[in-house]
Design a protein around this ligand. Structure first.
Ligand SMILES: Nc1nc2c(ncn2[C@@H]2O[C@H](COP(=O)(O)OP(=O)(O)OP(=O)(O)O)[C@@H](O)[C@H]2O)c(=O)[nH]1
Ligand SMILES: [Mg+2]
Length: 209
């Protein structure tokens, strides 16, 4: 199956337990959502095949456990990643703080210099319980040179778009000798470092899959 794959990209998702890392992957790969998604034990992975600019690309999505007891295991899997997705839950301030206390150091220690970083504030459907403002997250993302989006796995908000942004940046950074990237299927937003607050809708669109 992987014989004619020209590019392999590894994306690792990290963040506290329960923020929705597995749900993001599940929504993106299978277009499914489970209100009782099981907690990840150790590390899981999924693959997705894409065609980018006429080239066959395999995405390897590595889903890590947020629980601290799996921390050392997670670190080993960060190695060799082309992109790191740092996920927090917008209704849980601690999950945001710990990304910048605990997870970012791990990723920087074990990741490569050329890595793409994306900050994701998940559970955007739970606006009434919000503890992390978009403004704070946008500023953190800018400070740390990260892409940023809020998502909802429950109502499909921005999940596909988040992965498209990541893939677009990985493609730009890693495709050697690329002359013409205009025909890459990802659209014009590639290369954006972080979205301005005005660009993020105050309420997620209730777009059901
Ligand atoms: N309301 C809402 N709930 C969500 C969303 N995404 C995930 N959840 C719920 O949050 C819970 C935890 O989601 P997971 O995807 O298992 O979280 P995780 O980050 O993989 O957790 P660990 O595997 O323990 O690290 C699940 O019960 C999901 O149904 C979302 O966008 N909105
Ligand atoms: Mg999980």
């Amino acid at each position: 199956m992987s014989e004619d794959v020209e590019y392999n990209f590894k994306i690792i998702l990290v963040g506290e337990g329960g923020v929705g890392k597995s749900s993001l992957i599940r929504r993106y790969i299978h277009n499914q959502f489970d209100f009782n998604n099981p907690m990840t034990i150790g590390v899981d992975s999924e693959m997705k095949r894409l065609t980018l600019d006429g080239h066959s690309v395999m995405l390897h999505l590595w889903d890590t456990a947020g629980q601290e007891k799996f921390g050392s295991l997670t670190s080993q899997f960060i190695r060799g990643s082309h992109a790191a997705v740092l996920v927090y839950d917008i209704t849980n301030q601690k999950s945001f703080q710990n990304l910048f206390r605990r997870w970012i150091d791990k990723v920087r220690e074990w990741g490569t210099n050329n890595m793409v970083y994306m900050l994701i504030g998940n559970k955007a459907d739970e606006e009434e319980k919000r503890q992390v403002t978009q403004e704070l997250a946008v500023n953190k993302a800018k400070e740390n040179n990260m892409l940023f989006l809020e998502t909802s796995c429950m109502n499909c908000f921005n999940v596909e778009k988040a992965f498209q942004e990541i893939i677009g940046q990985m493609w730009n950074k890693n495709r050697i000798g690329s002359q013409n990237l205009n025909s890459v299927i990802l659209g014009p937003r590639r290369g954006i470092q972080a979205l301005d607050t005005e660009e993020i809708p105050k309420k997620p669109k209730r777009r059901w899959c």
